[in-house]
Design a protein around this ligand. Structure first.
Ligand SMILES: [Zn+2]
Length: 622
């Protein structure tokens, strides 16, 4: 590592530039006369990385043909189901025509610009501040760049379905490139030679890129090539072990689906020191952040999020609900399908960990028990359905919305519904059919025919096609409705029942909520607790626990400690960071644990093993 030396060198360069240049950067100018890309596209994007220290990317969009007013839009959301108004990061929008004359740019709406120019070529340029880390963000800094293109590039609504090209300019000489699908890979000094061509804007923005200094590996399996890209400290993980985990997950999934709709797939990881978490699915790869702090005890945190994101290449990227198509970049996109597209992806993700031998039956049942406990502890399960939770995904950025009285999680209830669907299909067919058949059916009838399914009704259709029996009560009561789930009716088939334990457990006096691997945020304070006396507030982020980065499992980790244990927390809010010390106290709460029914039969045990490993059972009744 030579970061200190690089930093010293960079600061001396900046001093020189400040003295001799009017601006601190020198981005390659793009005009109508600039060399064309290999295949001139109606929309050509040029992104200059000349100014990483200020997190500013210089974007030029060349529209080859056009007449009169040309409109460009900036998406207001991408990756997360949250409106984030990326236009707020844009400055200095300007344009010139083929002759190099400045033409009028009018900011008509917050995320819309109109360019009035003579017929022919126009180049629209702007600078954009990219400084949000993680798979749902875009970053440009002195160390590396990571781009989710919908957060950086405007699009022309009139040209959205037509070919686009993308070229990076002014890339630091030591940086290399790897993206998921469009730009491919390039070594240091060659990055600017790569011109990515996408069929359309939607395809381009589904192909985030990493540019910087990173470690790489690759393996061949089941006829495909898998690339692994890691931006992190090589001391924090073992590439050979990561390679081994990914081989298991990818093979288990391809075998389970009996399908491999890609030739190449790329795993793009960031393992940042301190806070970091989350994963984002794409059609030909995934971008995943896991805090290096969580790698110390092994790769299970990486395996869990990877299995979920990898299965998304089918469920949501190809087996896709109609409500998410076409993507509306201009506003919230209402969908009732996330319980299936996210939640049931988690069902399959955990099953794949068991199928590939990364977790055993006991660990799998422990995970299921925790999901049931989480749902049953949220009073909102009695008034918010799985579909309504999907619809309200857009509120997840609002702290009050995340409180247990206001909302359930479509990840959580959806994962449970996936398990119940699987068990019901198995029960109705005596083990001959399962969730596996449901997904293969949806893959055949929707994904491979480039059709989108009708949200919950499409899943119901698939369950009925696989079993030949009605699922209308299931979807009415548990998907659209809020009826309490009779767990034992479902788990009986595999010789289990959900035992309710009333336990005392340790709590820090508050409840937190974090999205899939994210940083925990305080959503509820217990009255008369130490947390209240110490002034911990709803909305505070817990950044560290006893010096270690905190994550979404904070409450669960606390609950495993003894009441009376002293802990040190680092908290962060608008007013800054502070440390507090408090003692855990006892709280009484119900938890659920899947346990053998009395007199469990060998047949129930074999049903159970097939269910946990995602197998169909031979000799069942069709
Ligand atoms: Zn997901």
């Amino acid at each position: 590592m030579n970061r200190p030396r690089t930093a010293l060198l960079a600061s001396s360069i900046i001093i020189v530039l400040l003295v001799f240049a009017p601006r601190a950067f020198a981005a390659t100018p793009v005009t109508c006369a600039s060399p064309a890309s290999a295949q001139p596209a109606p929309t050509e994007y040029f992104v200059s990385l000349a100014d990483p220290a200020k997190h500013l990317a210089h974007v030029s969009i060349r529209l080859r043909d056009g007449d009169g007013v040309r409109t460009l839009e900036m998406p207001v959301w991408n990756a997360l189901y949250q409106v984030r108004n990326f236009a707020a990061d844009i400055e200095d929008v300007r344009a010139q025509d083929a002759a190099g004359n400045v033409v009028t740019v009018f900011n008509r709406k917050t995320s819309e610009w109109e360019i009035s120019a003579p017929p022919g070529c126009v180049v629209v340029s702007y600078d954009i501040h990219l400084d949000s880390a993680g798979p749902f963000g875009s970053t440009l800094n002195a160390e590396h760049a990571f781009f989710n293109w919908a957060m950086a590039l405007m699009y022309s609504p009139a040209l959205r379905s037509q070919t686009v090209s993308l070229r990076l300019l002014d890339v630091p000489a030591t940086w290399e490139l790897r993206d998921l699908h469009i730009l491919g890979a390039a070594t240091p000094g060659k990055v600017e030679q790569n011109i990515g061509i996408a069929h359309n804007y939607d395809e381009l923005v589904d192909s985030p890129a990493e540019v910087g200094i990173f470690q790489q590996s690759a393996f061949q399996q089941d006829g495909a090539t898998y690339h692994i890209v890691v931006h992190g400290n090589p001391a924090d993980y073992d590439m050979a072990k990561l390679d081994g985990v990914l081989k298991k997950i990818t093979h288990a999934a391809v075998d389970w689906m009996q399908d491999r709709p890609y030739e190449e797939y790329t795993f793009l990881y960031h393992f940042p020191a301190g806070y970091g978490g989350g994963g984002m699915e794409h059609a030909y790869g995934t971008a995943i952040d896991v805090s290096a702090d969580h790698l110390r005890d092994g790769l299970m945190p990486v395996a869990s999020v990877t299995a979920h994101e990898f299965f998304h290449l089918w469920n949501v990227k190809r087996i896709r609900p109609q409500s998410l198509e076409p993507v509306d970049y201009e506003g919230e996109q209402d969908t009732r399908a996330l319980w299936f597209s996210e939640g049931v992806t988690s069902t399959v993700g955990d099953m794949l960990l068991a199928r590939s031998g990364l977790i055993d039956e006991r660990e799998y049942l422990q995970r299921v028990s925790e999901e049931i406990t989480e749902l049953q502890r949220r009073p909102a399960r009695r008034w918010q359905s799985a579909e309504e939770s999907s619809l309200d995904a857009w509120f997840e950025g609002i702290t009050f919305y995340r409180s247990p009285e206001r909302s359930i999680s479509y990840y959580n209830k959806g994962e449970i519904l996936g398990i119940l669907l699987d068990l019901r299909i198995r029960q109705l067919t005596n083990g001959a059919k399962s969730l596996r058949d449901l997904f293969q059916w949806m893959n055949q009838h929707y994904a491979r025919q480039h059709r989108f399914f009708a949200d919950s009704a499409g899943v119901e259709e698939a369950a009925e096609a696989v079993t030949g029996q009605s699922f209308s009560d299931f979807f009415r009561d548990y998907v659209a409705g809020v009826k309490e789930i009779p767990y034992d009716d479902y788990f009986q088939f595999v010789g289990l029942h959900a035992r309710v334990n009333t336990t005392q457990y340790a709590t820090a006096g508050f409840t937190t909520k974090g999205n899939l691997g994210g940083q925990p945020e305080v959503v509820r304070i217990d009255p008369n607790s130490d947390a209240q006396r110490l002034g911990i507030l709803v909305g505070d982020h817990v950044t560290k626990v006893n010096g270690k980065a905190a994550d979404a499992s904070l409450d669960e980790e606390m609950s495993r400690l003894q009441p009376g244990t002293a802990i040190r927390l680092e908290l962060e809010n608008r007013r800054g960071k502070r440390e507090v010390e408090l003692r855990l106290t006892a709280r009484e709460e119900q938890s659920y644990e899947l346990d053998d029914v009395a007199g469990v039969t060998p047949q129930q045990r074999s049903h159970r093993s097939a269910w946990i490993h995602g197998d169909d059972e031979a000799g069942g009744v069709h």
